[in-house]
Design a protein around this ligand. Structure first.
Ligand code: UD1
Length: 348
């Protein structure tokens, strides 16, 4: 029996490169499609070296329907995982049309092309950003979504809704099973860390917006000091709480989600899962944890809160554990070591 083939879009980025490794290690054939507008082909080389496979890379803009159709003509896909999206919150405020066009447009083209070719299983990369500041913590999948505070966040909500509606309309209840569409949205909390080989990891362009790349660059001397955004939150040490999930654990959640749809062909409904650890960690805990795990110093200063930041967000992970059988297994120390190994090899 031949392997199942999974299309991963946005394939040369951080989360996708780790997910591609996990899919290949689980026995899937993977085709990576990306236009490289915001990522580098180096990530694909890393995937090839780690897995020892010549994973195909196709330079395709997922917003280009003709190009996507041509891709689907050349491969017979069993499912797709859609990562292709811009993700800089601040930039999305300055250039909303670019974000709506790319993030929503590419998902619509993918779903339409899937329908055209009878490809029925799709995983969408969503984000805990849809919860805003949850009223009750930890956030469950049933927690209300809050009005998005950036076009980036809005695109995640819109794409979730598109998937929900498409699955409801095109599921095969009462009709031929071949025609159904199945969809899972994974709401990522804060993905951090790198592959243990340090061959793939997060490669921010310019000054990092996210905490871990800023920490690793400060420890490496590229940045003078980290600015900790606010120490007057209503949290134990005054700094904001997040749920930092290891990228390798997160990658495995995709393998489980795609497998759930491929292995249970009766499944019809659209599903949403939180992908986090369930453990809140403060900014200062992360900084000091990084210092301890790696024996390095991270100079920092406390500055004002960053506008738009939530005070505390962490996941209730019960649903992913009971339904997907997935849970995070790496310790924070392991993850923080992998972040530092990755940063150090970047200099070489
Ligand atoms: C951010 C985005 C979120 C997106 C996610 C993608 C915002 C408001 N949210 O999440 O929509 O899905 O990235 O990875 O941009 N921090 C510092 N100093 C820094 C950087 C961050 O103190 O230099 C703090 C932040 O205030 C926050 C925590 O570290 O409390 C985590 O920040 P970050 O890594 O940017 O993630 P989020 O803001 O949670």
């Amino acid at each position: 029996m031949s392997n199942k083939t999974i299309l991963v879009t946005g394939g040369a980025g951080y989360i996708v490169s780790h997910t591609s490794v996990a899919l290949i290690e689980a026995g899937y054939d993977v085709v990576i499609a990306d236009d490289l507008s915001n990522s580098s082909a180096g990530a694909v080389d890393g995937v090839r070296r780690i897995t020892g496979t010549d994973v195909p890379f196709e330079r395709v803009d997922c917003n280009d329907r003709a190009a996507l159709r041509e891709l689907f003509e050349r491969y017979r896909f069993d499912g797709a995982i859609h990562f292709a999206a811009f993700k800089a919150v601040g930039e999305s405020v300055d250039e909303p049309l670019k974000y709506y066009d790319n993030n929503v447009g590419s998902f619509l083209s993918l779903l339409e092309t899937m329908r055209l070719f009878g490809v029925r299983n799709v995983v969408f990369s969503s984000s805990a950003t849809v919860y805003g500041q949850p009223d009750v913590l930890p956030a469950t999948e049933a927690s209300p979504r809050k009005p998005a505070n950036s076009p980036y966040g809005a695109t995640k909500q819109i794409c979730e809704d598109i998937l929900r509606d498409a699955v409801a309309a095109y599921n095969s209840a009462g009709g031929p099973e071949e025609e159904g569409l199945r969809g899972i949205a994974l709401r990522y909390f804060n993905p951090i860390g790198a592959h243990p080989s340090a061959l793939i990891g997060e490669l921010p362009r310019g000054v990092p917006n996210n905490l871990i790349p800023y920490i690793t660059q400060t420890a490496a001397g590229i940045r003078a000091e980290l600015s900790v955004f606010g120490d007057d939150y209503h949290t134990p040490d005054g700094t904001a709480l997040r749920d930092y999930i290891d990228i390798n654990d997160l990658a495995l959640a995709h393998v489980t989600a795609i497998g759930r749809m491929l292995n249970d062909r009766q499944r019809q409904n659209y599903e949403v899962f939180n992908i986090g650890t369930g453990v809140p960690v403060s900014v200062l805990e992360l900084v000091h944890g990084f210092e301890r795990a790696n024996g390095v110093k991270v100079p920092y200063k406390i500055v004002a809160r960053r506008p738009g930041d939530a005070e505390a967000v962490w996941a209730d992970t019960t649903l992913a554990a009971t339904e997907l059988g997935w849970r995070a297994t790496r310790t924070l120390e392991q993850t923080l070591r992998s972040s530092w190994r990755w940063e150090q090899q970047l200099k070489k």
